[in-house]
Write a protein that binds this ligand. Structure first.
Ligand SMILES: [Zn+2]
Length: 421
């Protein structure tokens, strides 16, 4: 390792407190989706003091609507700016883009939390708070990595772009707005929680809704009633069975255990409105996960066909077929070649800075990485934070993971962008 790289890693180690204090400041902003303004102003002033060029702008809905990736919004973008910090390299190097979201999902009742969700309390090496894993620790790592590089007076050859986007918990429009504004690079890192794994793929997921009909009958003719609950339960079991089949059959090298990514289950089972009324219909809603080598349309067809086939052999359902549709959320998967130079660069940076081999695996669940990949920017997910803590009560992140991620990212930037020795 070059002396400059070694020094940088040592400085980051010495700067643990500064990094963690920055993360605690981020956590103390209650930036629940829709209320991103204050944290964005803070970040923008931090980036400015680092000497970066700042672009603070509200996503333009009219422009977004022209993109096939636009997602319908619940709240407008007035007073909810994206922040982009730009470091201009001296030239001759490759550019690198970092992407993260500043919004967090609602922490729910305060009483359910052991510590204040916006307090940033540290206990036994864990930092607690809403956004600790998803994904303010990722924001802290990407920001501090570049800050330590610049503090060391290192001159990078390639450009570094830091994106802090809004509205990610609802849509990918924040990231899309950055792309539409022209922010692109030779590669990108999405700093979502990855348990420090290098993830060149994200799985997809979508929502389905099924209507099952029974036979109506009055309370006094209950023997004529066919319960949609009973019929719906057959569909519930079919879905469970399809999940097991898919876990057995679907394979992807980056998902050696695909059970999480393929998650297929019923989240809502509704029937009836009144205790003495025999119900007429049952509504079943759920989520279907797909691997990056599957197409949304194919998976949807497989699901619909499976339910149809089941219904065909049932004495009631064959004449009263369930109505299946996919509606609401639909996030397609994405992946890049696991041998892409950005993966290799981060694997090397990981090994050199932490002294152990990186795990390369697929990300379970959706992330804005997919938008970047679809737009032709080779992207990986890499960040501190652990996926099981995302949106959890008592969300935490390992303090040490944040420092390790900062080291890997800092060294990754040097290796990818090049620097003057
Ligand atoms: Zn997130």
């Amino acid at each position: 390792m070059h002396e400059i790289e070694l020094n940088l890693l040592q400085e980051i180690e010495k700067g643990r407190n500064e990094i963690i204090e920055f993360l605690r400041k981020l956590i103390r902003f209650p930036s629940v989706t829709g209320q991103e303004k204050d944290i964005q102003e803070f970040i923008s002033s931090e980036l400015e003091s680092m000497g970066l060029k700042i672009d603070m702008f509200e996503p333009d809905v009219d422009k977004l609507k022209k993109s096939p990736y636009y997602e319908k919004i619940k709240i407008g973008y007035e007073g909810r700016p994206n922040v982009v910090g730009i470091y201009k390299g001296s030239g001759g190097g490759k550019s690198l883009l970092f992407n993260g979201h500043v919004d967090v999902c609602d922490p729910g009742p305060r009483e359910a939390w052991k510590h204040d969700p916006f307090g940033g309390v540290i206990e036994n090496g864990k930092l607690y708070g809403r956004g600790a894993s998803d994904m303010k620790s990722g924001l802290a790592a990407m920001t501090m990595a570049l800050k330590f590089i610049l503090d060391q007076g290192i001159e990078l050859k390639g450009d570094v772009i830091l994106e802090y986007v809004v509205d990610e918990e609802n849509t990918s429009n924040g990231t899309l707005a950055c792309i539409l504004k022209g922010y692109r690079a030779d590669a990108a890192i999405n700093c979502e929680a990855s348990d420090l794994e290098i993830q060149p793929a994200v799985s997809g997921s979508m929502w389905f809704e099924i209507l099952v009909r029974g036979r109506s009958a009055s309370m006094s003719r209950i023997w004529e009633h066919v319960s949609p609950i009973e019929q719906g339960y057959k569909i519930f079991q079919a879905i469970k069975e399809l999940y097991e089949i898919r876990v057995r059959e679907k394979k992807h090298p980056l998902y050696p255990d695909p059970r999480g990514a393929l998650g297929l289950f019923v989240g809502v089972f509704q029937s009836g409105t009144f205790p003495s009324n025999p119900p007429e219909i049952c509504i079943i809603k759920g989520r279907m996960g797909i691997l990056p080598n599957e197409k949304v349309e194919d998976a949807q067809r497989e699901f619909i066909e499976f339910i149809k086939e089941r219904a065909k052999f049932d004495p009631w359902l064959r004449y009263n077929p369930p109505e299946v549709q996919f509606k609401g959320y639909c996030g397609a998967p994405a992946e890049i070649d696991p041998n892409h130079p950005i993966v290799q660069t981060f694997k090397e940076a990981f090994k050199e800075s932490l002294g152990r081999e990186a795990v390369v695996k697929g990300h379970e669940g959706a992330s804005d990485m997919r938008i970047l990949v679809w737009e032709g920017i080779p992207t990986i997910v890499f960040g501190p934070g652990t996926i099981t803590q995302m949106h959890a009560i008592n969300e935490w992140v390992n303090v040490n993971d944040v420092i390790e991620a900062t080291k890997v990212i800092a060294l990754g930037i040097l290796k990818w962008c090049g620097y003057k020795t």
